[in-house]
Design a binder for this molecule. Structure first.
Ligand SMILES: Nc1ncnc2c1ncn2[C@@H]1O[C@H](COP(=O)(O)OP(=O)(O)OP(=O)(O)O)[C@@H](O)[C@H]1O
Ligand SMILES: [Mg+2]
Length: 463
């Protein structure tokens, strides 16, 4: 049942209309003029408004624009006499949900009311969905109260309502994407599109057309015109994940979008305009890429207007207990278990672990522990094999070899040793199977390959 407000200046008409709509099972409120309708809308909040077009005093179109301005989610159906179809079309352009020409039969009215209600429900569902997304990326879902995280919250707060480009750097799994979404969904662009492009997962020869679109026939397989991600993101934010994967050609094209807001689809010379905020992310060393000539320096400066450096989990071990508890509750709720905590031993193991896969690795390990957990809190034996022993990682025993280093260098060297050892053990334990190692550790395959390259582990893995 819906609440329907009927507006018509003819009393007789209003009466018979009311009886018909009540007969359909709806509640009805009537108004003899648009002015009276406006008074009633605020107090009775109807689900649907049906209004005559031509009335003395304020007409249907004016009422429509009033409703659009004050209660945009209430659908309005306009009734028109014959010969005013043109105005009726105008009313649709002005945002009316539908129009019905007189004389009409009752079935037509019933259909229009039902469609309007469905439409309104859909809109409120969309709003609910949007609220859910907003909640998901609100600050309250970013866990961590360590100093580096608080600094990051401050930066987000300062930039969320600007269109400045942002560069987010940090190791794999540190939360770069999470932060990119937090910037967008907490800021003034939150009602505009947010488009993610995972540059590493798109084949290089397709990346340009995915980003900028193409015209039919511009290459084999281009069967029709296609818009690219940049056009989809117009007015909003584009998140370019793994920006270091861009070829020099694409870098040049990206620079033009940033500088002039212009680009062309592949195979087309027509210049198109877009207005997007760019958030780029990478876990590679872009400065080194600039030095070696594989990344354009001018583009680097354009992207690096605001820089956010995500700390590795090792740099904020004080956040580990809170993160671990957060994921425990998240997954225990998800699979309907009643696990309420984590034992102190597990927290100790966690704070000694090297976490090369950062928060994602922690999340995966907790998820797995929740699945295996047979008590009310997570205990060491719910953790993967090897995790309990790597807290006694031998790299701690060789600390004397760092004697002549500064504290910072020594710390870095220890972490590096720790990571090398962890990765070699992990992959060896998986019989050299990178996909399995990836599943076990929560570090994606690309991340593992990058770490193998970074630490030059090929030889260690061969032996
Ligand atoms: N501070 C945090 N609080 C809660 N969850 C987090 C936090 N940081 C990361 N996560 C979670 O960890 C996982 C990895 O985060 P995300 O995908 O944002 O990392 P990333 O830096 O983009 O990784 P990659 O470089 O591998 O793409 C996600 O499930 C994310 O929700
Ligand atoms: Mg990512």
């Amino acid at each position: 049942m819906a609440k329907v407000l009927i507006v018509d200046d003819e009393e007789r008409m209003l009466g018979s209309f009311e009886r018909a709509v009540v007969g359909m099972g709806h509640a009805v409120i009537t108004a003899i003029s648009a002015e009276r309708a406006i008074e009633l809308i605020d107090s009775s909040l109807p689900d649907v408004i049906i209004s005559d077009l031509v009335m003395p005093g304020m007409g249907g179109l004016e009422l429509l624009s009033h409703v659009k301005a004050t209660h945009p989610s209430i659908p309005v159906i306009i009734l028109t006499g014959q010969g005013t179809v043109k105005t009726a079309v105008q009313s649709i352009k002005n945002g009316a949900f539908d129009y019905i020409t007189k004389p009409f039969d009752i079935d037509e009215i019933e259909l229009a009311i039902n469609r309007a209600i469905e439409h309104r429900d859909l809109i409120s569902e969309n709003i609910a969905l949007k609220n859910q997304i907003e909640r998901k990326y609100s600050f309250s879902n970013i866990i961590g109260e360590s100093k580096p995280m608080i600094d990051i919250y401050r930066v987000i707060e300062r930039i969320k309502d600007t269109k400045s480009n942002v560069l987010i750097t940090g190791e794999s799994g540190t939360g770069k994407e999470l932060i990119a979404k937090a910037i967008h969904f907490n800021g003034f662009l939150k009602d505009s599109p947010f488009v993610t492009v995972d540059c590493a997962s798109i084949a290089e020869n397709l990346l340009e057309s995915e980003m900028f679109g193409h015209v039919k026939g511009s290459f084999t397989g281009a069967h029709r015109d296609r818009t690219g991600y940049f056009e989809e993101a117009d007015g909003g934010t584009i998140f370019l994940d793994e920006i270091a994967e861009f070829s020099i050609h694409l870098q040049t094209k990206l620079l033009r979008v940033i500088q002039e807001g212009e680009f062309s689809r592949v195979g087309e010379s027509k210049v198109r305009k877009v207005n997007v905020r760019i958030i780029a992310a990478t876990n590679r060393d872009l400065e080194a890429a600039v030095k070696s000539g594989s990344f354009r320096e001018d583009l680097y400066y354009r992207l690096n207007v605001i820089r956010i450096k995500m700390p590795s989990l090792r740099e904020r071990i004080e956040d580990i207990p809170q993160l671990a508890r957060h994921f425990t509750l998240k997954y225990s709720e998800k699979i309907d278990k009643n696990i309420t905590g984590i034992s102190d031993e597990v927290i100790t193991i966690f704070s000694r672990h090297a976490w090369p896969g950062n928060v994602r690795e922690l999340e995966n390990i907790v998820e797995r522990a929740v699945i295996f957990c047979d008590s009310s809190s997570i205990l060491p034996h719910h953790l993967p094999d090897g995790m309990t022993s790597d807290s006694q990682n031998p790299c701690f025993a060789t600390e004397h070899s760092f004697k002549n280093m500064s504290y910072k260098d020594a710390k870095n060297a220890i972490v590096k040793n720790f990571n090398r050892e962890y990765i070699v053990n992990l992959i060896k334990n998986c019989g050299g199977n990178i996909s399995e190692a990836s599943r076990k550790s929560g570090i994606d395959r690309g991340g593992l390959y990058r770490l193998i390259r970074k630490y030059e582990l090929d030889d260690d893995l061969r032996n």
